[in-house]
Design a protein around this ligand. Structure first.
Ligand SMILES: Cc1cc2nc3c(=O)[nH]c(=O)nc-3n(C[C@H](O)[C@H](O)[C@H](O)COP(=O)(O)OP(=O)(O)OC[C@H]3O[C@@H](n4cnc5c(N)ncnc54)[C@H](O)[C@@H]3O)c2cc1C
Length: 597
């Protein structure tokens, strides 16, 4: 099954949900026009569909191979990666000072969706390189920037993120990798890291590892962690590659999915200590790493959307061909399964939740852009808080949707979905990692509730809810009957979110964090439903207005029908989630007894 990049829909969502036109009009993107953005998406979509997507299934079968400390990527990967980097795609969001194109996060997020839908294993390496570039741009010394950034930006080299150790996953307090001052301004790094994506491979001549480690005199916990740049090969003053550093890949993992993405155990300092250079200040490494992790969290959210869209496209195509039974009102003979109401429900659930998650990711990207580019400091601060609020929702809601949609994709295929040759199973296997890495979805939910709701004493979350209500008011004012009960159901969902938010803010200020922690995951889901339903409604309102103005594009009717399906069939779960948030914690008090039984 091939992948068709949904260029038109991305462009429409950027314009009518993520405010692309307003941002251009306000001067946030001085070098951009809607037409230029559409051209970029068109080109990216073509590269993704034509060059990368055909690698997906064969690379899943071959996987990445490990022998004698070397990792060999799947056949054809090096050629496609080189062509992709040479076409400038790696440099898209990067600072022009280092050879980047300086395009906004909004455009990058749309492209990240395309790369990951075409092949998640392939796109994962560049995703982490983008995070490394961002962390180095923000925190590295001028010398490190000059030595490394240009080649990381061009994609000639790739970057990695080294946080995880066997005893330190969600809890980075437990990081044990050691860093010793060498006395010449460099450090010697010793220890091992597990699960390092693209820690070793044959796509580029050099690999630049960003590694969290602890100095001997560091304070305990996360206040004592520093960030180091550790290259695979040293880089001479003239930019040429020197000797090999004391870092090696010990082995790669055999995994449920993303088989072609090498997940490496890395060993630092077997032969006396890997040479590392400090990024930022000593003991402030986690703050630097967070620059990279926030970037990566939104990108992982876009991976969830990507895999969901690819699974949906495949399921729809299969459902239109496969014939079984007779659908209501159909003539003689077997109907395509796509005509059966229950299959239609599955397909619509897949499409509506995918589009809702896409809307959230693009809104988050737009807020990140505004937080950097708005001329007014107060506008930047507010946008930063909105982006901080939305990032855990974008990551966790979208990656949960990725799994759910990929699972429905298998279901639509019936028995064939369980058979590897259709490819539906691969999407489900690949999707499953995204709720786990870049901070598990449970950790995202806790971040949302404990750190993001209290921003500006709750003003930020209240502001987000007020924006949702404004869209609700526009729905009420719309005379388009095609909306059905969209306005009413969405209003109920937003009010449910408001109630749950008040409950949690009270629990937090009343020092009952246990209640808030117990409620975090259902609250994040509720937030995603209200925000995602709002995003769909914004697109549908724009479609309705276009239709009223005589635009006969058939996609417009589809947008209204999709928003209505979401409101009437999925947003209806919001009240139940709010109930769980507000009363469900008490049942956890008996968790021990229930689990023991
Ligand atoms: C394929 C793959 C690629 C990866 N790539 C990288 C990479 O490039 N670089 C890197 O550094 N790491 C990488 N990781 C590691 C990944 O980020 C971690 O697996 C993840 O952060 C979870 O840590 P853990 O596996 O130790 O799980 P744990 O932290 O043990 O969590 C297990 C469960 O407990 C929950 N939990 C843990 N703590 C809490 C808490 N305080 N409150 C509530 N619930 C909690 C979690 O949500 C989860 O459900 C990768 C992992 C995989 C599988």
């Amino acid at each position: 099954m091939t992948y068709r990049a949904p260029v038109e829909d991305l462009a429409f969502t950027m314009r009518h949900v993520a405010g692309l036109e307003e941002s251009i009009a306000e001067g946030l993107y001085p070098d951009l026009s809607v037409e230029l953005v559409e051209q970029v998406l068109e080109e990216a979509g073509r590269f993704a569909s034509e060059r990368i997507a055909p690698l997906n299934a064969p690379a899943d079968r071959t996987g990445a191979r490990f022998a004698d400390g070397q990792v060999t990527t799947a056949p054809g990967w090096k050629e496609v990666y080189t062509a992709w980097a040479e076409a400038g795609w790696n440099a898209l969001p990067c600072d022009p000072e280092w050879g980047g194109q300086g395009l906004p996060t909004l455009v990058q997020t749309a492209c990240v969706e395309f790369w990951n839908a075409s092949c998640m294993s392939f796109a994962l390496g560049p995703l982490l390189t983008a995070g490394a570039v961002e962390a180095l741009t923000a925190h590295a010394s001028e010398d490190l920037k000059r030595r490394y950034l240009e080649k990381l930006v061009s994609g000639e080299w790739m970057g990695t993120m080294n946080l995880t150790e066997p005893q330190a996953g969600s809890d980075l307090n437990a990081v044990r990798t050691r860093a010793e001052r060498a006395g010449d301004g460099t450090y010697r790094i010793t220890g091992s890291k597990i699960f390092i994506t693209y820690g070793e491979h044959d796509l580029t001549d050099n690999i630049v590892h960003l590694v969290l480690a602890r100095l001997p005199d560091a304070p305990p916990g996360t206040r004592g962690i520093s960030l180091f740049l550790v290259p695979k090969f040293f880089v001479n003053d003239d930019g040429s590659l020197g000797a090999r550093n004391d870092v090696r890949c010990h082995s790669i993992e055999h995994k449920l999915g993303i088989h072609a993405s090498p997940t490496c155990t890395m060993v630092y300092g077997d032969a006396g200590g890997a040479v590392g250079w400090l990024v930022g200040e000593e003991n402030r490494g986690l703050a630097c790493m967070f620059t990279m992790m926030n970037n990566a969290r939104l990108a992982v959210g876009a991976q969830g959307v990507a895999i969901a869209d690819r699974a949906y496209q495949q399921a729809l195509s299969y459902a239109r061909e496969r014939r079984q039974g007779r659908a209501p009102g159909a003539g003689e003979g077997m109907s395509p399964i796509a005509d059966h109401p229950d299959v239609q429900r599955m397909l619509l659930t897949m499409k509506a939740t995918t589009h809702a998650a896409r809307g959230i990711c693009l809104m988050t990207a737009a807020a990140i852009d505004r937080s950097r580019l708005a001329p007014d400091a107060e506008a930047r601060r507010k946008a930063h808080e909105l982006a901080s609020l939305l990032t855990p929702v974008a990551k966790a809601f979208s990656t949960d949707i990725g799994c759910e949609v990929a699972s429905l994709g298998v279901q639509v295929h019936g028995g064939m979905g369980f058979i590897e040759e259709t490819g539906a199973a691969q999407h489900l296997r690949d999707a499953r990692i995204a709720p786990i890495y870049e901070g598990t979805n449970g950790i995202q939910a806790i971040d949302l509730v404990l750190r993001k709701l209290p921003l500006s004493d709750g003003t930020t979350v209240r502001g987000a809810i007020a924006e949702m209500r404004k869209v609700g008011a526009r729905l009420v004012a719309s005379r388009d009957e095609a909306f059905g009960a969209t306005a009413a159901r969405l209003r109920e969902a937003v009010e449910a979110l408001d109630d749950a938010t008040s409950f949690l803010l009270k629990a937090l200020s009343g020092n009952s964090p246990a209640d808030a922690l117990a409620a975090a995951t259902p609250y994040l889901r509720l937030f995603g439903i209200a925000q995602g339903g709002t995003a769909l409604a914004m697109a549908a309102l724009a479609a309705s207005e276009a239709r009223a103005a005589g635009d006969t594009n058939p996609a417009h009717a589809g947008r209204i029908a999709l928003a209505r399906f979401f409101a009437e069939n999925i947003a209806t779960g919001a009240r139940g989630l709010a109930q769980t948030v507000m009363t469900g914690a008490s049942a956890l008090a008996d968790a021990e007894a229930a689990l023991a039984g």
